[in-house]
Design a protein around this ligand. Structure first.
Ligand SMILES: [Zn+2]
Length: 386
């Protein structure tokens, strides 16, 4: 990975974020795009749209008559965390949890706090209540290390470790790789495409959609689909969900990005998937993995529900949603709070796949053509036995 890419990745992973509190990620991405002169705007839901300067520009891209599908790369900017609700005393903040979380060894667990200005402080959890299914946290109290003179509802936070992000060899440990690694991949892909595009005449069939509040049911991306903008299309569209997904047998950290065949809810579009799978064989032979990543659901499911062909690429993720499944540094107890971790080679491979998906003239319209020829040849060779 180039020093510039690594710098951008670490910068993104160091931003505080929680569902509905993606402001610092948005600011960080905005700075990078502005500097590179890449068009972007915020949709009415607050998602960032990259590759178009405005709603009118976006609609123009959707309405271009072309056989080249518009690739809509989707990643979410939030990560499970909490919102402040009310002060119980000058140092005790009642908080409500949003999204997944470990459910063991929570008493005394360290948390960070932030507000719209940036990092605000730190504290420890106590009196944690789980949701009825016991699968995640419902609410808790945060005992602050130092009292804060700020409105309770201006504060948000998540689990804290030795640093927001640090490196050990090729592994990156962080409070939140899901899905800031996906955000990084989209921004890096945009930088590469639009950097090269200065010498190109035709518009690039690329839209990056950085969404909000995925962790509570794809709220940002569903809000975007509900705008109906994509329904105005006069060209094919393919949605590409980029996720950091719970590592599973066959989707091992460090063995390459995963051609995601599906998630916990559904399998993905078989035609577009065939294009992606063949590309992966070509550009990352022996250096990618493929499987249904059913450790969680992703925004490709939301796209599928709205009728858009969708595929996915995953970076295998250790300690998914800060649950100490794989353990390692700063994980004091198995299944307790733990930093997420990802592998630099997997992220580099994801960038290669994203770039490959942007090649012109891929067989989107008839992905199975070669396969059909092979099947027909086989039929011919056995015809005499029929
Ligand atoms: Zn995610």
């Amino acid at each position: 990975m180039s020093p510039q890419h690594l710098h951008l990745l670490l910068d993104l992973l160091a931003q505080p974020t929680a569902p509905f509190r993606e402001e610092h990620v948005i600011a960080c991405v905005g700075r990078v795009l502005e500097q590179a002169n890449i068009p972007f705007f915020a949709d009415p839901v607050g998602n960032l749209v990259i590759g178009a300067a405005s709603k009118a520009d976006y609609l123009r891209r959707i309405r271009e008559k072309s056989t080249e599908p518009l690739r809509v790369f989707i990643a979410h900017m939030d990560h499970p965390g909490f919102h402040g609700v009310e002060w119980l005393s000058p140092r005790r903040l009642k908080v409500l949890w949003l999204g997944g979380a470990p459910v063991k060894h929570l008493a005394g667990a360290a948390v960070w706090l932030a507000d719209s200005h940036g990092w605000a402080g730190s504290g420890a959890l106590r009196n944690v209540a789980l949701v009825a299914s016991k699968r995640t946290i419902h609410s808790a109290e945060v005992v602050l290390d130092t009292p804060l003179d700020k409105p309770a509802n201006s504060l948000y936070g998540g689990f804290q470790f030795r640093a927001p992000v640090w490196r050990r060899g090729k592994k990156i440990y962080t409070k939140a790789a899901d899905d800031l690694v996906g955000v990084f991949a989209i921004v890096a892909t945009a930088l590469a495409l639009f950097g090269a595009a200065k010498r190109r005449a035709s518009p690039i069939p690329f839209i990056g959609l950085l969404t909000r509040a995925e962790e509570v049911g794809f709220v940002g991306v569903v809000g975007h689909f509900e705008l109906g903008w994509l329904d105005a299309k006069r060209r094919p569209i393919v949605c590409v969900s980029l996720e950091a997904s719970r590592t599973l047998p066959g989707a091992i950290v460090g063995k390459g990005p995963v051609v995601r065949l599906g998630d916990r809810r559904t399998v993905f579009n078989p035609d577009a998937l065939k294009v992606l799978a063949d590309l992966a064989e070509h550009v990352l032979p022996g250096k990618h993995q493929r499987r249904v990543m059913d450790g969680g659901a992703c925004e490709a499911t939301a796209a599928t529900a709205y009728g858009f062909p969708a595929i996915g690429i995953s970076v295998p993720l250790g300690n998914y949603h800060n649950q100490g499944f794989e353990g390692g540094p700063d994980c004091a107890h198995a299944a307790g709070p733990a930093p997420e971790f990802v592998h630099l080679d997997d992220i580099a491979g994801e960038l290669v796949l994203c770039r490959a998906l942007m090649q012109p003239n891929l067989p989107w319209g008839d992905a199975w053509h070669k396969q059909r020829l092979a099947l027909r040849k086989n039929l011919r060779s056995y015809r005499k036995l029929l």
